[in-house]
Write a protein that binds this ligand. Structure first.
Ligand code: C2E
Ligand code: MG
Ligand code: MG
Ligand code: MG
Length: 285
C-alpha cells in the first residue's frame, strides 16, 4: 500500500536510490490522486451516511444509531472509511468532510423526528481531533442543534482515545463545553490506544466504547474476557456507560450481558444501513 511504500522508502533511505524513487513516486501519485478525488467528493455528492443501531443491552430497545461515512468513488466503487479517513485527516480535508457529516446526521435526526414524533433517538457521530480543535466547532454544534430543534442529549460525539491524548488540556476544555450543553460524549475504540487511566477521571465523558478486538476475543481468549470484564467494571465505577462494538455472536452478547454492559452494537444485531432501510427495521420507532 501507499503507507507501506512510504515507510519503506524512508527506512531504506538514500542508499537505495532506485527503490526510493519507485516507491516514493508511486506512493505519492496514489496519495495525490486520492486527495484530489476526495476534495471533489463533497461537491460531487459522493458521500452518504449509513447508520448502525446500538441497542440497550438489558431491554433490547433501540437506543442510538451511529453515523458511518460511506464514499462512492466514481471509478473505484465504495471506498472504506479506513482507507480515506486517514487521508482526509492528513490532507486537512477532514474539516469540511466532518462538518458535512455532522450537519447531515443532525438533519437526518430531524427527519426521523418528523416521521416518528419521537424525540428520544440518539445519533452518534465520529469526530476527528482536528474537528474538535478547529475554531468555531462549538458554535457549529450550537447552530446545528438550534437549527434542527434537536435536544443536545440526542447528539453523541465519538472520539478515539489516541486523538484525545494529542492535546489533553484543550480537549478537556472543549469536551467540557459540549457536555455542559448536554451533548453526550464517548471514547471510541477504548483499550486500543495509549490510555492513561488517570485521564479517565478528568475527561468529561459519558461512555466508553469497548473496542471490537476485545469483544471478539471473549469466546476464545480468557485474557480478552478479563479485559472486557475489567473495562466494564472500571467504567461503571467511574459512572460511565459502556457500549460494546463489533458484537457478532450470541456467546459474545451473553458474556457482555452477564458483565452488565449497557449497550450493544454489531453485526449480530444490525449492520450499518442507509436511512431508508433503517426505517424498515423492526426496532425503529
Ligand atoms: P468506528 O467508529 O469504531 O466504527 C465502527 C466500525 O465497525 C464501522 O466500520 C462498522 O461498520 C464496523 N462494525 C460494526 N459492527 C461490526 C461487527 O459486528 N463486526 C465487524 N467486524 N465490524 C463491525 P466502518 O464503517 O468501516 O468505519 C471504520 C472507522 O472509520 C470508524 O470506526 C471510524 O473510526 C471511522 N469513521 C467512519 N465514519 C466516520 C466519520 O464520519 N468521521 C470520522 N472522523 N471517522 C469516521
Ligand atoms: Mg465510532
Ligand atoms: Mg469504534
Ligand atoms: Mg473500532
Amino acid at each position: 500500500s501507499a503507507d507501506t511504500a512510504m515507510y519503506h522508502a524512508k527506512a531504506v533511505g538514500r542508499n537505495n536510490l532506485q527503490f526510493y524513487t519507485l516507491g516514493l513516486e508511486q506512493a505519492l501519485l496514489e496519495r495525490v490522486q486520492l486527495v484530489a478525488d476526495l476534495r471533489h467528493a463533497l461537491v460531487a455528492e459522493q458521500f452518504v451516511l449509513h447508520y448502525q443501531p446500538q441497542f440497550d443491552a438489558a431491554t433490547g430497545r433501540l437506543d442510538a444509531v451511529e453515523a458511518l461515512l460511506r464514499w462512492r468513488h466514481p471509478a473505484q466503487g465504495w471506498v472504506a472509511p479506513g482507507r480515506f479517513i486517514p487521508v482526509a485527516e492528513q490532507s486537512g480535508l477532514i474539516g469540511d468532510i466532518g462538518a458535512w457529516v455532522l450537519g447531515q446526521a443532525c438533519r437526518q435526526w430531524r427527519q426521523w423526528y418528523e416521521q416518528t414524533g419521537r424525540p428520544d433517538l440518539r445519533v452518534a457521530v465520529n469526530l476527528s481531533a482536528a474537528q474538535l480543535a478547529s475554531d468555531g466547532f462549538i458554535e457549529q454544534v450550537d447552530h446545528l442543534l438550534r437549527w434542527h430543534g434537536m435536544p443536545p442529549e440526542c447528539l453523541e460525539l465519538e472520539i478515539t482515545e489516541s486523538m484525545l491524548m494529542e492535546d489533553v488540556e484543550q480537549n478537556v476544555e472543549r469536551l467540557g463545553a459540549l457536555r455542559e450543553r448536554g451533548v453526550k460524549l464517548a471514547i471510541d475504540d477504548f483499550g486500543t490506544g495509549y490510555s492513561s487511566l488517570s485521564y479517565l477521571r478528568v475527561l468529561p465523558i459519558d461512555a466508553l466504547k469497548l473496542d471490537r478486538s476485545f469483544v471478539h476475543g471473549v469466546e476464545t481468549d480468557a485474557g480478552n474476557a478479563a479485559i472486557c470484564k475489567s473495562i466494564i467494571a472500571l467504567a461503571h465505577n467511574l459512572g460511565l456507560h459502556v457500549v460494546a462494538e463489533g458484537v457478532e455472536t450470541e456467546a459474545q452478547r451473553a458474556f457482555l450481558l452477564s458483565q452488565g454492559c449497557d449497550r450493544l452494537q454489531g453485526y449480530l444485531l444490525a449492520r450499518p444501513m442507509p436511512p431508508a432501510e433503517l426505517r424498515q427495521h423492526a426496532a425503529f420507532p
